[in-house]
Ligand binder design. Structure first.
Ligand SMILES: [Zn+2]
Length: 275
């Protein structure tokens, strides 16, 4: 780290909190993604928008996408966590039918801690179909709940359900916003899609946006603890990973705790009249 960067961090440390740090929108072309700078920080504190997480499994919705939903709820907007499957085949010891019930109960409990709403479809875990029926089902839900921002999986995942969810969401958002596609409810345009920082979706994931989650971090971690798998029962220490990830993302974005996102390529395009 250069002394210039250290100085800029110290300078910013005394400033009031800003909510979002967007690396690729920084003014300096030489700036590395995520490197803190005053120019790269944009405040959206007063621009709360409804946020919907759309995940393959409840664990992804809450662990990898839950913090921005909690931030939306904290700011007075609405937060939704949609799981396309119950992740019912995720236990090493509990039969799927029973584990699916546990997963649903944990998700509802966690959502209530975050003042958000848990939503479910029950596509079979491990067999999530990226077909037109699923895409229109998600389209209808987007038209019903009207999120401004959708947080979902990045496609660079080893898990087939995560890749399927990515495909479903891309087309569902497209269908939801197209007025000429006639469904029960009128069209709704999602303003922004953000891909979540998920340990299972790391292939080609490059963070370009950091959200300050300091105000809700404790509550979000408490919500996640409703899931037994959070503590590592299924072999991965989600609690240690995501709690420490929030700290390291905070370090590189000059927030106390943060989560990182990757934006779709078209959202990274800027239209400017001067530099
Ligand atoms: Zn998953």
């Amino acid at each position: 780290m250069s002394s210039t960067t250290r100085r800029s961090i110290l300078k910013m440390a005394g400033a009031s909190a800003a909510a979002l740090s967007i690396g690729t929108r920084a003014l300096h072309a030489s700036q590395m993604p995520g490197r803190p700078s005053a120019e790269a920080t944009e405040s959206r504190v007063n621009k709360s928008s409804n946020v919907m997480a759309i995940a393959a499994h409840p664990g992804d919705a809450f662990f990898a996408m839950g913090a921005p939903v909690a931030m939306a709820a904290q700011s007075g907007a609405k937060g939704f966590l949609l799981s396309l499957t119950l992740g019912e085949k995720g236990s090493l010891t509990i039969p799927p039918a029973q584990y699916g019930v546990f997963q649903r109960e944990a998700a509802e409990k966690a959502a209530s801690v975050m003042n958000a709403e848990a939503l479910f479809f029950e596509y079979p875990d491990g067999e999530l179909p990226a077909n037109e029926e699923a895409k229109f089902t998600v389209c209808d839900l987007i038209r019903q709940y009207k999120p401004s921002t959708v947080v979902t999986h990045w496609k660079g995942s080893w898990h087939k359900d995560h890749r399927a969810c990515y495909d479903i969401v891309q087309d569902a958002v497209f269908y939801a916003g197209l007025a000429s596609i006639i469904r029960k409810l009128p069209a709704h345009e999602v303003k922004e899609i953000l891909f979540s920082d998920n340990w299972e979706d790391a292939e080609g994931f490059v963070s370009d946006t950091y959200l300050d989650i300091t105000p809700v971090c404790d509550r979000w971690l408490q919500a996640c603890s409703a899931f037994p798998m959070w503590r590592g029962e299924n072999g991965f220490r989600y609690n240690d990973y995501y709690a420490s990830r929030a700290v390291t993302c905070g370090c590189v974005s000059n927030f106390k705790q943060a989560v990182a996102f990757m934006s779709p390529a078209d959202q990274r395009v800027r239209h400017i009249r001067s530099l």
